[in-house]
Design a binder for this molecule. Structure first.
Ligand code: NZQ
Ligand code: ZN
Length: 381
């Protein structure tokens, strides 16, 4: 029940609901006239979001350069290229149109343009940015919470690392969340997004401190997402269901669930990132495999906390039942709970363990050692 000392800060202006991008052009114009528009591999063009955004920017009289091709599990190389383009064209504001990969890349592009530092140095926490180019985002996939937080995650295939950087300068200025921009997200990524938001709530829940009101809020976010998940997966075009999941995802990682806490744990995320770097596995899919294993490991160490979780989510105080029910939920929405379900067989165990040990994947509150990681991998196969 303890409430830890905390500082809350979130300057992002959130525009939520159908039609909110009608004011995108005038919003962006406040920050500058030369825009760098960043997007992914083409879904935004295919489904018409690009035309809407470009129309807004054009009608506000803004000039637009583009960087596209950001891949899921984004890589620093794309960020470097976009920084060079942004510098050459002296861009004054960045508009990110896409999911977490695009917005995370745009955050590092923003500080990369404004500071003479290689972007990977930020990711390695070797240099802190002094300024940032203003960033506005238009979210197309509900999952990561990046639209309203100060974190970005990038991969560097050369060093075999997928890591996060957090800094107040990474807060976007404005976030535009129109659920109708998410109705085309395919079934698998819709499910991965739901897993991801639930995982964010769990990371917060297992962080330092147990503020009761925040615990209740956090568990409510998970319950809400679980309640809407299957109806949405059976009705992907339903904007109301999309809106519910979109709000859940933003609330799970915009700071709210860390009030009264020292922060989240993030051990399961650290382990998941190692699976992404090895196999380019979608982020949410890594988490539905890792979290049940992580809970099994912690069941000996945190039985009371997991018992409370079970009571809040499933009305059970039995730890093993809670883990089973969580697995059943992930399975019901089509997200893998074992590596084999993601096409990775047991012969890869050593490779996975070596990767996790090499980067010392661990939590901020609940540390993991080599022996823990060995047990975890056994539970994942
Ligand atoms: O590349 P395009 O063609 O745009 O297609 C994307 C991509 O293939 C597609 N997509 C996105 N919006 C769509 C759509 N398809 C149809 N209709 C739409 N409206 O979906 C695919 C996945 O996109 P991606 O951006 O990779 O997904 P997500 O939003 O889940 O982002 C995942 C990344 O965010 C990081 C993850 O590690 C991962 O790299 N995270 C960022 C966090 C943060 N900044 O706070 C926290 C998270 O824990 C997470 O680590
Ligand atoms: Zn996540």
């Amino acid at each position: 029940m303890s409430i830890e000392n905390f500082i809350a800060y979130n300057p992002v202006r959130l525009h939520f609901g159908k039609g909110v991008t009608d004011t995108l052009g005038e919003t962006v114009r406040q920050y500058g006239k030369k825009v760098l528009l960043v997007y992914g591999k083409g879904s935004v063009k295919k489904y018409g979001y690009y035309d809407k955004v470009l129309g807004q920017l054009a009608s506000a009289g803004l000039s637009v350069r583009e960087y596209h091709g950001i891949k899921p599990n984004p890589v620093v190389e794309d960020v470097r290229k976009a920084i060079a383009l942004g510098k050459a064209n002296k861009v004054e504001v960045i508009v990110a149109l896409g999911g977490g990969s695009v917005i995370d890349s745009a955050k590092i592009i923003s500080i990369g343009i404004a500071n003479e530092v290689d972007p990977w140095q930020f990711m390695m926490w070797q240099t802190m940015p002094q300024k940032a180019v203003p960033l506005v985002n238009v979210l197309t996939l509900a999952a990561t919470g990046t639209e309203m937080n100060a974190a970005a995650v990038l991969q560097n295939p050369e060093t075999g690392k997928k890591v996060g950087f957090v800094h107040p300068l990474l807060f976007p200025k404005d976030a535009f969340l129109d659920p109708s921009f998410t109705v085309t997200v395919p079934k698998d990524y819709t499910a991965y997004g739901i897993v991801d938001l639930i995982a964010h709530a769990l990371e917060a829940y297992f962080g330092g401190g147990e503020p009761s009101v925040v615990d209740r809020i956090t568990l409510s976010i998970i319950r809400d997402a679980m309640a809407w998940a299957l109806p949405l997966l059976n009705d992907l075009k339903n904007e109301e269901l999309r809106a519910n999941i979109m709000l859940d995802a933003t609330l799970a990682l915009n700071g709210l669930t860390s009030y009264g806490k020292t922060g989240g744990d993030w051990g399961a995320h650290a382990l998941g990132h190692e699976l992404s770097i090895l196999y380019d596995m979608p982020h949410g899919a890594t988490l539905s495999i890792v979290y049940p294993a992580w809970l099994r490991l912690q069941s000996e160490r945190l039985p009371k906390r997991i018992q409370q979780l079970g009571e809040g989510l499933f009305g059970t105080s039995r730890v093993e039942t809670t883990i089973k029910k969580l697995e059943e939920f992930f399975t019901s929405i089509g997200s893998p709970v074992r590596l084999s379900e993601a096409g990775i067989d047991a012969s890869r165990k050593e490779e996975i363990l070596n990767q996790m040990n090499k980067n010392q994947a661990s939590g901020m509150v609940h540390g993991l050692n080599d022996e823990d990681r060995k047990r975890l991998v056994e539970w994942m196969v």
